[in-house]
Design a protein around this ligand. Structure first.
Ligand code: ZN
Ligand code: ZN
Length: 129
């Protein structure tokens, strides 16, 4: 798939582009729940395919356990979870996203009130490598 998605935070101070999104899925870990208020729906993208087009100076980084969290320092919008070679980019900021969810991670830690719908595969923690 070759496509470009544009994302913008709540205050429109930060804008970015993502090339060639690889997949869309949910992370249900407790860190994502605390970061977003719920599970994190994210798009997997190679880090070299992510670039800021506006407001990079507003972006703040929280050195979370395992994966640093990057967010807008003005409005607080979650931007992406830095997994090293890949970024997990918050899906709700990209209005033209048309991928179907293809995985649920860390389901063992999901909130009791969160009922997972759809038929995307669910993994208790991470999918087998
Ligand atoms: Zn913002
Ligand atoms: Zn997570």
């Amino acid at each position: 798939m070759s496509e470009t998605l544009k994302g913008a935070c709540l205050c429109d101070g930060v804008e970015y582009e993502v090339q060639d999104p690889e997949s869309l899925g949910y992370c249900h870990c407790t860190r994502c729940q605390r970061w977003t208020g719920s599970s994190l729906a994210g798009v997997v993208v190679a880090k070299e395919n992510f670039r800021f087009t506006k407001g990079e100076d507003l972006v703040k980084r929280y050195e979370s356990e395992l994966a640093p969290r990057n967010f807008c320092g003005n409005c607080g919008s979650s931007l992406y979870d830095d997994l090293g070679e890949k970024y997990f980019v918050a899906a709700g900021l990209m209005r033209d996203l048309e991928l179907d969810p293809s995985f649920h991670l860390q389901v063992a830690y999901k909130a009791d009130w969160h009922e997972i719908g759809g038929d995307a595969p669910q993994f208790a923690e991470n999918p087998p490598a």
